[in-house]
Design a protein around this ligand. Sequence first.
Ligand SMILES: [Zn+2]
Length: 624
Amino acid sequence: MSLPALRAAFAALTLSLSTMLNPVLAGDVVDTHSYANSAEVRTSHLALDFEVDFAKSRLKGLAEIQFQRLKPDADRIVLDTRALDVRSAEASSDGKTWTATKFALGSDDAVLGRPLTVMLPAAATRVRIGYFTRPEASGLQWLKPAQTAGKKRPFLFSQSQAIHARSWIPLQDSPAVRATYEARVKTPKGLRAVMSAEMSEQRDAAGRWTFRMPQPIPSYLIAIAVGDIAFQSLGARTGVYAEPAMLKAAAWEFAETETTVALCEKLFGPYRWGRYDLLVLPPSFPYGGMENPRLTFLTPTVITGDRGLVALIAHELAHSWSGNLVTNATWEDFWLNEGFTEYLTYRLTEAQFGTARGDMERVIGVADLKTDLGLAKSDEDRKLVRAYPSKDPDEVFSTIPYQRGALFLVYLETKFGREAFDAFLRGWFDAHAFQSATSPQFLAFLDEKLLKAKPGVVSQAEIDAWVSSPTLPADAVYASSDALAKVEAARDAWLAGKTPISAMAAGHWTVQEWEHFFEGFPTTASAAQLKELDAAFKLTGNGNAIIASHWYRLAIKAGQTDSVLPAMTEYLARVGRMKLISPIYRALAATDAGRAQANAIYKKLGPGYHPIAQQALERILAGS
Ligand SMILES: [Zn+2]
C-alpha cells in the first residue's frame, strides 16, 4: 500500500471505529483502548492523594483531574477505570469549593474495564474522584515480606503500561493524552514511597511523601513503588533506589549510568527530565525494565555481578527520547516507542562498548525477532503497523515492534547515511517533543524530510514493504558478529565430537554469547551431551537468570525435564520476569505430559506472579 492509500485506510478506520466504539478522538487520533472523551474534554493536570493499606492490599485514592474543554458545551468527562470502587465525585471551578456531582460506571469489559462518566457543571474546571483500588488491580502488585529481598517488610509497585493505570487511578488512560501531575502518598511507618516524578527527600508535615511531574506525560508513565527502599547516588544527576539488601550490588552494577546519560545526550540531544534514577524491584517484576520518567523500574535479574546486561539501562534511558518525549499515540503505534528505542540502544551500546558489542546485541535481536515472527498468530501481528487494532495490547506484546522497528531504522540509516539519518532523528524528536505521534505522522515526516528531500534513494514501495508486509524485506541489513560466530563454531565442533568440552572458552563468555550458544542449539543433541554440558558449566541452578532460563528450555526440549525439575521449579518460584519464564512454560506446554507438569507448577506458583504475568502464562497454558 502506498502512503496516501495507507493514510486513507487509517482515515476510513478512524471513521468506522469512532462510530462503533466511541473511543478517544483527539485531533484525528483514535484510541480503541480507551473510553475517554478526550476530544471534548481533555485532562491537563492530575493531583493524586494515596493512602497505602498493605493489610487490605488496596490504595485509598483521591484523584483530582484538571481539564480543558475542547468542546465548550461538553457536559461530562468520561474516564477509564478497571476494578475500582468509586465512592464519590465532586466538581469545582477554583479548586477550593467542591460540590458533589452525578457519576455513573458503565458496563465492564474484560480488556478495557469500565467507563466512568462524571457530569460537569457549566463552570467546572476540575473534578475529583474518591475511590479504593481492589487487591486484584492489574496494574499493582502487593508483595508479602517473603517475596522481597529483605524478607521483613511488604512491597508495592505499579506497572501502568499498556492500559493498567486505570486499575489504580480513574483517568483518561490513553497515550494520546498528556498531563502533568502531583501526588501525596501516605505510607506505613518505615516505608518509603517513590514515583516517576520529582521527589521530596522528607515527608511533609502531614507525614506524606510528595511528588511533582512538571512535564506533560501519558498516563502509562505514572508509576509508584512503596517499600523498604534506600538510595545511593551514582553521579550528579543519577542514583539507584533498592531494598537495602540489594543496594550495594545494584550501585556497583549500574556505576556507569552517569556516563551513559552524557553519551546519550551527545548522540540524541539534551536529556529533558532533570534527574535519571533507577529503582531495582523485587524479582516478581514482570518486565526487564519500565521506562517510567526520571525513575526507571528494573528487574533484579540484570544484576549479574559483571555489568553484562547494562544495555538494558541504555534501553530504558533511550526511552527518555523515544517513548517518553515523543510517545506512541495509540498502542498500534507501539513500534514508534520500542523500535526507535531499540535502535537508539544499539547506537548507544556501540558508542559506549564498541561496535563488536553493538553487533552482538543486534544479532541476538534478530534471532529473537525470527522466533517471534514464527510464534505470531496472524500476519497482522507480524506487521510493523497493523491495519486494524488488536483487542488487548498485552496479548500481542512481542519483540516484533522492537526488532522489526529497529531493523527498519537501520535500513534507513544504511540508505541515507548515518549523518543524514541522525539529523533526521533529532529533527523528529525536536519537532514532536512532549507530544504523542501516530505511525502515519511519522511516515509523513519521513516522506517530507528524507524521501522527498533526497529523491531516488528509497522508494515509497520499499517503505510500504517495511511497514505493512508480514514478511521481512529482502534488503534488510543484518549485523554479523565474529565473537558469536566463534561461539557457534566451538559449540558445533564439540557437538560433532571433534573437540572436547574443555576446548570451549565458555568461562569467558558474556551473557550475549551464552544466549547465542543456546539459540542455535540443535534438538538432536544426546542426553549424554547435555549432561556433560551441565556438569562442565553448572547450568542447573545457575545464578545468572538468563543463562538458567535458556538451559531449562533446552533441557525440556531434549526430554530431560526431570533432571532439572527441582532447580527449575525453584527458579520459576523466584523469578517473575516474563521474558525469562514464559518460554519455559511454553516449552513445557508443547507436550501433553509437559503441559500437565506446567499446570501443576503454575497452580502452586501462579498467585506469586504479577497480574500481567498471570494473564500471559494462563494464555500459554490454555494453548492460545
Ligand atoms: Zn522499551
